[in-house]
Design a protein around this ligand. Structure first.
Ligand SMILES: Cc1cc2nc3c(=O)[nH]c(=O)nc-3n(C[C@H](O)[C@H](O)[C@H](O)COP(=O)(O)OP(=O)(O)OC[C@H]3O[C@@H](n4cnc5c(N)ncnc54)[C@H](O)[C@@H]3O)c2cc1C
Length: 471
């Protein structure tokens, strides 16, 4: 039913679709590339009739194994469905096929004076479909929200091959249940999203970037609650701790950035303000004042776009710099209420001391999202220790009213920990929804739900009737 250029069967080709950006691996039986929504319907009907697992895939940049074919089957790649169908400058929205790269959409709408704010650090290579399926966050979430705030409507192919259209271009739309949101953050387990209508906003007139140094992370943490009380919401408020800064410093940076990261810099905040010139100037003055009150040791304002890029280079270099320190880190993506950040960081510092661990942190301060990289003092954690440490970190998170997954989803990586945040009845409701939409359990089996729940509605898959992937 598909052209020869739309299918891969050779083992070496299938291997290249066995993983995403996380640590899990599983080889699919086949890889197929959809060119149209009809292709997606046909593949789903074919698979449903034969009870073959299907795993939707965008760019494969997910960090929790969402696009890994854990139970074998077909990987259904959406990356060739990458057309921007319409940029509606009158109604401030765009209609896109979901294989479009997020950064491509951002650039296209900017040319028309518009702005698509969701900004995961992977925007340059992840797809809108993957962003919707993961409800991706990013740098600007505190001011502009996450992906779900920008999804007005969706076209979705259900596990049995039927196609449904949800939502519309209307800002107000209460025709029937609000089902669009059900598919946002569903991690490819409820339907394959083929088209989306996304909301746009006017492009801000100006943007100001400040890099602020602090003696320690606790001092930097005080900035968030104080700043939010003044009514100033930066579009970006990224933090980087001492250890990440030291790692980045070792990679060798050009001036003026290198001078910002002196050996005694305990933490850095990267703050961006956007809006019209006057408002941004006033907000920048407030930010400077509050950072001063919190003990900032230096404030550097980018003087031009090139300097802004150099400051962002510090943030973007973290991943690579950490790889130079240790080949394998336990990585977590937790969220706490923003005002609890100093408390959480203190608890993590105490845990590191008590257990002789390295816990490095960076992330999105204003929305309470902390990215953690953890290892033993001398090298990677053993799998057993990684499990124990994960439990401890999640317990500390829960005590503060936080969540074990902020923006990277559950996938394979966190499914056994779901009950930290979800009680039995809530988990049950989610399982019932899954069973109702996907009674044969063919769509992305093995994800989100803990293993003991035997993947809803798919006894065959749970019993390993399908050739399992190699994990
Ligand atoms: C360097 C780096 C930085 C990152 N930074 C961020 C960040 O700042 N914020 C953030 O939120 N995430 C971040 N991520 C994680 C990742 O990029 C996001 O989760 C992204 O949304 C995944 O998009 P993708 O197209 O790569 O999806 P994939 O990885 O291909 O798939 C992700 C999930 O979505 C499902 N899926 C994909 N397309 C569809 C579709 N059309 N219909 C239904 N289901 C689908 C898949 O089955 C899978 O479960 C980062 C990743 C990397 C590697």
């Amino acid at each position: 039913m598909l052209g020869p250029d739309q299918c891969l069967f050779a083992l070496e080709d299938r291997w290249t679709y066995a993983f995403d950006a996380g640590g899990d691996r599983a080889v699919p039986l086949a890889v197929v590339f959809a060119h149209t929504p009809d292709d997606v319907c046909n593949v789903m009907q074919y698979a449903a009739a034969r009870r073959i697992p299907v795993v939707p895939r965008g760019a494969g940049s997910g960090l929790t194994g969402g696009a890994v074919p854990a139970m074998g089957g077909i990987v259904l790649v959406l990356e060739r469905m990458n057309r921007i169908l319409e940029i509606d400058t009158d109604n401030l929205c765009a209609t896109v096929e979901t294989g479009v790269i997020t950064g491509t959409l951002q650039k296209a709408v900017e040319k028309k004076g518009l702005f698509y704010p969701p900004d995961p650090a992977s925007a340059g290579f992840s797809t809108i479909g993957g962003n919707i399926a993961e409800n991706a966050g990013g740098m600007r979430a505190a001011k502009y929200g996450v992906t779900k705030q920008y999804v007005l409507g969706l076209e979705v192919v259900l596990p049995d091959g039927r196609r449904v259209t949800l939502g519309s271009k209307c800002i107000k739309d209460v025709v029937g249940y609000s089902m669009t949101e059900l598919f946002v953050g569903s991690e490819g387990t409820l339907g394959v999203i083929t088209q989306a209508i996304v909301r746009l906003v006017p492009l801000p007139e100006t943007i100001k970037t400040l890099a602020v140094s602090f003696p320690d992370i606790q001092a930097a943490g005080q900035v968030v609650p104080m700043l939010l009380k003044t009514g100033v919401t930066p579009c970006t408020l990224e933090f980087i701790d001492r250890f990440c800064l030291q790692a980045v410093r070792k990679t060798g940076l050009s001036d003026p950035v290198a001078s910002l990261i002196s050996p005694d810099t305990g933490a850095m905040l990267l703050i961006e303000l956007d809006g019209d010139e006057d408002a941004v100037a006033k907000e920048a003055a407030t930010v400077r004042q509050i950072c001063g009150q919190c003990g900032a040791t230096g404030i550097h304002s980018a003087r031009n776009p090139a300097e802004r890029e150099q400051l962002w280079e510090v943030r973007r270099s973290i991943h690579g710099a950490l790889a130079g320190l240790c080949p394998h880190w336990l990585e977590e993506d937790i969220a706490v209420p923003p005002a609890s950040i100093p408390d959480m960081l203190e608890k993590l510092a105490a845990l590191a001391l008590e257990q002789n661990l390295r816990i490095l942190s960076f992330g999105h301060f204003a929305d309470g999202n902390i990215h953690l990289s953890v290892s033993e003092a001398a090298g990677p954690l053993s799998p057993q220790r990684a499990g124990e440490v994960t439990h401890q970190i999640f317990s500390l998170t829960k005590v503060l009213g936080g969540r074990i997954a902020a923006e990277h989803g559950i996938g394979l990586a966190k499914k056994e920990y779901l009950s930290v945040n979800l009680d039995d009845d809530t988990l049950d409701l989610a399982l019932q929804l899954k069973k109702m939409l996907d009674p044969s359990g063919i769509l992305n089996p093995g994800k989100i739900f803990p293993t003991h729940d035997h993947q809803p509605g798919n006894p065959d898959a749970a019993n390993g009737v399908y050739p399992p992937g190699i994990i």
